[in-house]
Structures are given as C-alpha cells and as structure tokens.
Design a binder for this molecule. Structure first.
Ligand SMILES: Nc1ncnc2c1ncn2[C@@H]1O[C@H](COP(=O)(O)OP(=O)(O)OP(=O)(O)O)[C@@H](O)[C@H]1O
Ligand SMILES: [Mg+2]
Length: 327
C-alpha cells in the first residue's frame, strides 16, 4: 500500500488511498468501556447511533475537540480502529505511511500529539499538512504556485480562513465556532421557543435538512412539562433566521483576516474568489454571506466534506507540499 490520507475531524473522519479514493467516511465517535479506553467497541456511525442510549459501563467518546486531539489514549484507540476499518489488510503488510491533515492554526504541541497518535496507532511515516492546503489540493488548486489563494473552512468544531501561496501561509484566522455550534443554537431555540427537547442528531437533521424554499419541516421532540412526544413544524425561513446571527458572527470573525493580506495577494483573491470547504460550506445562504463580508466571489468545493482527505491523499504523491507547509 502506498499510503493513506487522513482527515481526523471534530465531526467526521475521512480516509483516502491513492488507488481507491475515499475508503472511510465516518462520524468521529467511538464507544469504549468506561474503565478501559484502549479498545473500541464501535466507531463511526455505529457509535454515534447509540448516542444518548449507551448502556451502563460504556462511554461515548469524541476523540477530537475543536480540530485537535485532547486525550492521547482515546485518540490512539480511535485512529487504530479507523485504520483497521479503512485498511483491514494492513496488519499483514508493511506498516503504511500517511499524510494527516492538521488545522493551520494548530500549536506545535497539538501537531506533535497528532504525529504521536499516528505512530502509536500503527502508521510508519507520518507527514502533516495544514487542512486548508489539503482542502485546496483536493479541489485541484496547486498550493505551490505563486498566485495567492484564500480558503474558508467551516467544519464541525472550528472555522478557519487561510491565505497561502508558493508553499507558505500568508495569513490564518480561526474561531472555535462552527457547524456543531449552529446545531446547538437550533437545539436551544427549539427548547426555549417551541418548548421541546431534541437530541443532537434531530437538531443537526433540522439544520441540514431544512428546505430553502420556505417548505416546512416537522421536528419531533419531548415536551419537558408533560414528558410526551410532540411535533413542531418549522419552515426554512425560520431556521435560517435562527442561525443567521451565529453564522454572521463566524463570517465576520473570519473576514478580519483580509486586514493582514498583502495588497498583491488581495488582487489575486479578488480575481479568483475564495474557496469554501467543510460541511458548513453547504449551509443555506452561506456563499452569499461570505460574498458580502469578504467582497469576493465564492466557490463551494464540489465535495466539501471529503476534499481535505482527498488533498491529504494527493500529498502522498507530492511530498514537496508537505515539506513546504510543515515549517
Ligand atoms: N448539508 C449540510 N448543511 C449544513 N451543514 C452541514 C451539512 N452537512 C454537514 N454539515 C455540518 O458540517 C459539520 C461537519 O463538517 P466537517 O466534516 O467538515 O467537520 P470536521 O472536519 O469534522 O470538523 P473540524 O474541521 O472542525 O475538525 C457538522 O457540524 C455538520 O452538521
Ligand atoms: Mg475539517
């Protein structure tokens, strides 16, 4: 095996190989015995589907917080289980090399934690590439060319904007508000305004599945007063209104990066527009909002959820990208 490209995200983990493309795309969730995080009982969708109904003695773990690893042991268990699932024959072949994506704003300690986890989970040589660089590469943009590019990534835990050219980062801003925060905003709104309690999955479904043409969406939750299930009808416009302030806050924070951009780079970005990646890039109305605050055209990645892993996979054949952006 030539190697693996890995995007270990707060919300989703995606793994690709040069020969087969994306071979694993699963929520970053894991079930472990509460007293022993060294063995995964389930990972991905199987683990997430049990959210809110885990038996006694079993814990649901999210190994990545805000784009970075906080607990080495559970992250190692998770990555090892991901590798087993993505490349089941790897145990019988020489250990695989990998390129792992890391937030552009990660600290040296956070980068080291990711390398350590990769090695301990059974990988041989591990290279790191900044997520926006991988995302751009996964969308066919060459991060080594002298023209500047701007990528906005709205993931589950973090939102990040990065300008880069010629193997170096020009500017980077990030905030720890992203898609999962928006899900939370909608959940709270349903509780305070419609007096129903819903789980994360229902709230996320309403956020993603809400129609954009004013059609209505039925959400089922529990009335905390009576304890009975109740249905609430929301329309697309109401969902958009609830989410707008939080999305605007994210976009405003990111747009401040323009202040740091050298004039020539602004010209490049003006001419080419920005590239939006991450699951949040699919939010209704987001391209318009980005356009308004950044003042440039917006292109949403064709595969916003997998382009980072695809770019990390492409880096296996482009070690010069990893070398240039690793310092
Ligand atoms: N169609 C959609 N519309 C809006 N939001 C979506 C859509 N699909 C997924 N999302 C949201 O995108 C987020 C996950 O995106 P992504 O997989 O890019 O994050 P991640 O890479 O795991 O997180 P991070 O980069 O912050 O570590 C979730 O909050 C999810 O609810
Ligand atoms: Mg991401």
């Amino acid at each position: 095996m030539r190697g693996l490209g890995i995007d270990l995200g707060t919300a989703n983990t995606v793994v690709g190989t040069p020969d087969s493309g994306v071979v694993l795309n699963e929520p970053s969730f894991m079930l472990v015995k509460t007293k022993d995080a060294r063995h995964a009982l389930a990972i991905g969708a199987d683990a997430r589907n049990l959210l809110g109904r885990t038996p006694v003695g079993v814990s649901s773990v999210r190994p990545v917080h805000d784009g970075v690893i906080v607990d080495l042991e559970s992250a190692r268990t998770f990555v090892a289980a991901v590798l087993d699932q993505a490349a089941p024959h790897r145990r019988f072949s020489p250990r695989a090399n990998a390129v792992m994506a890391v937030p552009a704003g990660a600290t040296p300690l956070e980068r080291r934690a990711l390398l350590e986890v990769g090695h301990e989970a059974g990988l041989r040589k591990v290279g790191l590439v900044p997520e926006p660089i991988a995302g751009a590469l996964g969308c066919g943009v060459n991060p080594m060319e002298p023209r500047a590019h701007l990528v906005v990534d709205i993931g589950g835990g973090t939102s990040e904007v990065t300008a880069f050219c010629f193997g170096g980062i020009l500017t980077n801003r990030s905030c720890r508000l992203a898609g999962d925060h928006l899900t939370d905003v909608l959940r709270q709104y349903l509780r305070t305004e419609h007096k129903i309690v819903v789980g994360d999955l229902t709230a996320e479904h309403a956020k993603i599945g809400g129609p954009d043409d004013g059609d209505s969406l039925v959400v089922e939750g529990i009335d905390p007063v009576t304890g009975h299930a109740r249905l609430v009808t929301l329309d697309g416009e109401e969902i958009a209104d609830v989410l707008r302030p939080a999305i605007t806050e994210i976009v405003q924070t990111l747009a401040t990066c323009l202040e740091d951009l050298p004039a020539q780079a602004v010209g490049d970005v003006m001419a080419e527009g920005l590239l939006a990646t991450g699951g949040g890039a699919m939010l209704r109305g987001l391209p318009q909002l980005l356009e308004e605050h950044f003042g440039v055209g917006v292109k949403v990645a064709e595969n916003p959820l997998t382009c980072v892993a695809e770019g990390a996979t492409a880096c296996l054949d482009h070690p010069e990208v990893v070398a240039a952006y690793s310092s």
